[in-house]
Design a binder for this molecule. Sequence first.
Ligand SMILES: Nc1ncnc2c1ncn2[C@@H]1O[C@H](COP(=O)(O)OP(=O)(O)OP(=O)(O)O)[C@@H](O)[C@H]1O
Ligand SMILES: [Mg+2]
Length: 232
Amino acid sequence: MTDTPIFQLENVGVDYPLPSARKGDVAGVVGLDGVDLTIPRSGLTVLAGPSGSGKSTLLRVLSLFQTPTRGRVVFEGTPVSSSPRRRRALRRDSIGLVFQTPTENLLPHLSVADNLHAAAQSARRRCDPAALLDRLGLGGTEQWRIGALSGGQQQRLAFACVLARGCPVVLADEPTSQLDDSSASHVLDAIALLQAEGVAVVASSHDERVLEQGSRVFRLRAGRVIEEENEP
Ligand SMILES: Nc1ncnc2c1ncn2[C@@H]1O[C@H](COP(=O)(O)OP(=O)(O)OP(=O)(O)O)[C@@H](O)[C@H]1O
Ligand SMILES: [Mg+2]
C-alpha cells in the first residue's frame, strides 16, 4: 500500500444554475468554491457542515458522478479524465457512493437479495446476501420488497449494496441520518471493518457518533472548506 492520497482537489468549484435561470444567464448558486483538499487513504474522513454547505456536492465530485465547473480532481495520483467512458470505468471498479437518498442506490422492482446481487454483478463480483444483511442488522429480509423496508432499513441496505461491490473507496452521504443508536452501530461497525480492510472511507455527517469515529474532519460552509481537524 502506498502513501499516495486517495483524492487531491485543487481549486475545485461547482456552480449550479439559478432555479429561475434563462439561457445565457451567468449568475448561479455556489455548490463548491475554491476547494483545496487532500484525503489520505487511511482512516475515516468526515465532511461536516450545515445544510446547504456543499457536502453532497463534494461527495458527488469525489465519486466522479459530477464534473466540477472549475479545478482539478486527482484520484490516486492521476488527474481524472474528462472522458465519460473512463470516469464510468473508474466509478465501476473503484468508487462506491451511498447516496443521501437511499432509493438512488436501490432497484425498487427487485427483492432485497436481488438488489445485493445486482450491485455485486455491476462490479463483476458475487456476494453472500445473508452475510451482508446480518452485518447491517437486516438479517431475514432477503425476500422483502424494497417498498416494505422502513427508511432506516433502506438506508442500511443502500450501504450493504455498496459493500457488495467491494470497492477500494467508499463514500457515504449522511449514512446514519435515519438511524437510532442500535441501527447506527451496525453502520459504524461496517465502516470500522472497511477501515481495517484498508478501504478508504469518506462520509458526510452531522452525527456525533460518526464524527467521533473520524480520523479527520473537514468543515464546510457556503461551499468552502473552512477548517480541517485531525485526530491528535
Ligand atoms: N442540482 C442542484 N441544482 C441547483 N442547486 C443545487 C443542486 N444541488 C445542490 N445545489 C445547491 O448547492 C448548495 C450545496 O448543496 P448540497 O446538497 O451539496 O449541500 P449539503 O451540505 O449536502 O446539504 P444537506 O446537509 O442539506 O444535505 C446548496 O445551496 C444547494 O441549493
Ligand atoms: Mg447533502
